[in-house]
Write a protein that binds this ligand. Structure first.
Ligand SMILES: [Zn+2]
Length: 153
C-alpha cells in the first residue's frame, strides 16, 4: 500500500538527510503486509470474510476489498496518514517537507474515499493504533461489515 512513499522518499533522503536520520525514518516507512494490516486480515478471515488485497482498479487501492459487499478497508499508519493520536508526530527538521508530504497523503486519502463512495463503495479506515485493542477492532469491523451498504451505486 505504501510502496510509493518509500520510493519517493528515499530519493529525497539520499541527498538531504543524515544517515542517522535516514535510518530513523526508514524504520517508520510502512511496507506491504505490515503487522497492523496482517492483524486485520487475520481477524477478518477468522470472522469468515473473504477478501481481495490491494485492488489496483479501485480508487486508493484499498488494502482490503470485499467486492460483493462493495466495502473497502484501509489500514493506515498513524504517522503517514496523520491520525489524531500521539503517533502522528512531526519531525522537527525539514518542517515544510514533512508538512507538504503529510498534506499530500491526507488529500490523497480523502480523494480515495470520495471516489470510492461515488462508485457505490463504502470504506473504513483502521488506524495502526487501533490494532492494539483487538476486541475493539473486532467490534469496529463487525459494525462496518454487518450493516448493509447504505450507498449502493
Ligand atoms: Zn493512531
Amino acid at each position: 500500500m505504501d510502496l510509493d512513499y518509500g520510493i519517493g522518499l528515499s530519493a529525497y533522503m539520499v541527498d538531504t538527510l543524515s544517515r542517522e536520520r535516514r535510518s530513523w525514518l526508514m524504520g517508520r516507512v510502512p511496507h506491504f503486509d505490515t503487522k497492523p494490516e496482517m492483524a486485520v486480515r487475520k481477524m477478518l478471515y477468522g470472522m469468515g470474510y473473504r477478501y481481495r488485497l490491494h485492488r489496483k482498479d479501485l480508487p486508493g487501492r484499498p488494502d482490503i476489498a470485499l467486492p460483493k459487499m462493495k466495502k473497502a478497508i484501509f489500514v493506515h499508519g498513524c504517522f503517514w496518514h496523520r491520525h489524531d493520536c500521539k503517533k502522528a508526530t512531526t519531525p522537527k527538521s525539514n518542517g515544510s517537507f514533512w508538512l507538504d508530504k503529510f498534506d499530500q497523503n491526507v488529500k490523497r486519502d480523502r480523494k480515495a474515499l470520495a471516489d470510492l463512495s461515488e462508485l457505490g463503495w463504502e470504506a473504513v479506515i483502521v488506524w495502526e493504533c487501533e490494532v492494539s485493542d483487538l476486541e475493539r477492532l473486532a467490534d469496529k469491523l463487525a459494525n462496518f461489515l454487518e450493516h448493509a451498504n447504505a450507498n449502493p451505486a
